[in-house]
Structures are given as C-alpha cells and as structure tokens.
Design a protein. Sequence first.
Lengths: 274, 202
Amino acid sequence: MRNKIFAGVAAGAIAAVGVAIPANAISDTTADLYVLHAVPGLTVDVYVNGELTLDDFEPGDLAGPLDLPADTYTVAITASDAVDDSAPAIGPIDLTLEANMSYTAVAHLDESGDPTASLFTNDLSTVAAGEGRLTVRHTAAAPAVDVLANDAVAFENLSNPDEVKADLPVGTISAAVALTGTTDPVIGPADVAIAEGVNTIVYAWGSASDDNLTLAVQTIDGLHSNPTGVDAGTAGLAADNNNGILVAGLGGLAALLALAGFAATRLSAARAAK
Amino acid sequence: MAPRILALTAMALLLAGCAAPPAQSITPKPVASPAPTAVIDVPRQSSEIAPVEQVAAPVRIQIPSVGVDISIAPVGIQPDGFMEIPENITVAGWYQYGSSPSSDTGSTVITAHVDDFIQGLGPFSRLASMPAQAEIIVTTDDGVDHRYQLESVQNVQKAQVPLDQVFDRDGAPRIVLLTCGGQFDENVRQYSDNVVAIANPL
C-alpha cells in the first residue's frame, strides 16, 4: 500500500516539475541582476562590459533579471544618444556578482543630488508561511528618513544609500516616508501589499529639493515556505484500527453516530478496494 | 533694449559674412553614427506601485460520487505553523497563500477535518472511498466551475507527506484534497496519516 502511495505522489511530482518556471534563475554558477533607473528626468543607456544592454532606459523603469555568470562586471550609464560608453554619466563602476545571489543595481541620486549607482543584495532567504518581506531602500536626494507603516514609525533614521528590511504578516500597509524626526510625510502614504513569500522592495527616489520624491517598487517572489503539516482530525472516528476509540469520552449518542459512520466508511472503502 | 539692438547688429554682420561664397571643402560630411542596439533583450517593467492581483477564491467543492457538497473558506497558518482548518467539519479550508483553481500553475490545497468529538464524522471522511477517476467540481467566487478528475487517493504517513509537493506553486495546475486517516493515537489525539487526493483539470 505505501509503495503505491509514493508512486502516486511521485508521479504528481514529476508532472509538477515538467512545467515549473523558476521565479529566480540563480544557480551555483550564476547570479540575478536587476537594474532600476531612479534618476529623475534622464533617459539613459546602460552598458555592461562595453556592450549596450539597456537601450533608452527611462526613469522609474526596472529591468531584469539578467542571469549572469558569477563575475565582476563593469557598468557604465550614458546619455541615451551616446554611441558608446566612453563618456558615461554614471560610472563606470565594477559590480562583483556572486553565484546564487540576487542583486539590484540602482542608478540614483546621492544625498546631495549627484547621480550615482549602488548595488543592493536582494534577500531571497525563505520567509515563514503566511509572511512576506518588506525591504526599504533610500536612493533619494534627501536627508535621513523615517519609514512609517500604518502611521507608526517602522524604521528609523534610514540614510542614502542604505536599506532596512523586516518579515511581516501578509496584508496591506499604508507606507509613508518622513524626514527623520518629523511625522509629516514627504512621500506617500501609499498602500503597499505584503504578499506571501514575496520580497517587496520599496525605493524612495527623486529629489527633495526638486519636489519629485516618489516610490518605486520591485517584487521578487518564490520565497515562501510551506505549512509544517496538516492535522485534520481529532476524534479517531475515521481510524483504520480504532481499538479503544470509543472508550475515551464519547457519550452514548456520539458513540452510536461514530460507529455508524465508521461502519459506512469501512464498507465503502471495501467497495472501493474491489 | 540697447543690448538687443547690439545683438541684432552683430547677427546681421555675421549673416553678411556668411553670404560670401564659401571655400569648397573636401572634407567628407560626417555620417551619423548608427545608434548601437542592445545585445540582449532584457525584460522591463514599471516600478510603480501596482494593486495586488486577487485570484478567484474557491468557495464550494462537490464530489458527486461520494455525496460531498460543502462550502470552502480561505485559511492560512496556525501559530504552530500547521495549516489552519475550519473548526466546522462541514466547511473545507482553502490554503489561501497557495494557488487557486484560477491560477496558471500550482496546487490548490483544500482540507477539512475528518472528524470531531462533537460533530462526528465529516464529509471529507469519504475522500478515501472516492471511486477511480471521480469527478470533483470546485467553484470559485467568480462563479466558474472548475472540473477535475481524481488521479490518486492515498494514505501517507504524516512525517512522509511531501509538503513541498502538496503545496507546490509552480507545477501543473491541480487540486490536492487533504484530511486525516490511518491509525489514531488516543494519547495525542492525532491520526498517523494524511489522506492525500490528487486531481487534475478535466
């Protein structure tokens, strides 16, 4: 009986694997790289190792994932009408990507408003069942900020280009960003969904002095874990061998009902077996 | 005003200078460099905040061959990490964090208690007696009936249940019905097995 059971489960497993689409393409030899354009008002081209990789990349655009062999890559960001990467607006910078890791390279403004680029590592570790991960990254030309969730300070004193993160129960939070020590939002509030098994990465970007601070959101799924198990019965009424099942705490009527139900189950099970 | 007049005068002089026949140049006109094209096509998306896509939730399950017709409620996780299951044994629980019948991939997991001291045996006690290829109909809250055909129904020792396969989210769409069975341990009031029924879309 048990062998047959496993054959059945295994067959299901094979069917499942046949069409599986990995949420993340990382492997023991490759890394995932996303690229986010968070410099306001500047359409750019992105060159990787001298080759044009992202043409006419607009502010607010998110590209990727690029599945790249683990290595060090030179990234240069140019004006969109450049013919090569010899006169980059940002960079060139060297990005070292390790296997089995996920990264987001962000072209953004530093605190004083000058274009720069930062490489963030995306946390793909699994989250508990029923939870999602919230990551907040400060990539705006603005001083340190507090991140408010549902009107309460969730993360304090986050500076450009740092990040904070936490695993949270599934739900929707009203997220806002205020300059540290104040509660008046400079961004938001905006509803951000915390989805199960998803790392929701929120970027504060733009410029405080140009009054164009805003949020960008990147999501990476597939970080879920499974329930520990399924306990779907407490009385023993459906047991295969229910020696003594009826002794413990069953009243007369319940016992009779149980017996009847049990007998019916056994009968139909026997029929099914034939 | 005066600067503008000066500027206009200067411009007129310049124009006059240009009017003289230019020397013939032998320098070839530059050809506009062709804009380079990207070496690979990288997927792009907007990073604007998007509303969460709600999948249609299953609300009713019918298994005519064994007389099951009960409602389904969305459930999640208990504090101890086990799947939540409705107390009422005539209501099944749908693992809302996993796939739904409307999902393109993955297993829709639906569980009900097999029994309860007060309520007696539940409808899912009849999973074990489903005939081969039994039809299972799951209705979602958008009114769509999703029809499935039973592939297998098995008893699996709880410790051996391949939870990553039961709760799979990336494989072919299917439903997995779960309840308890096997032997009952009076001391911990738990069954030894899960009854695991797998059905594929018709």
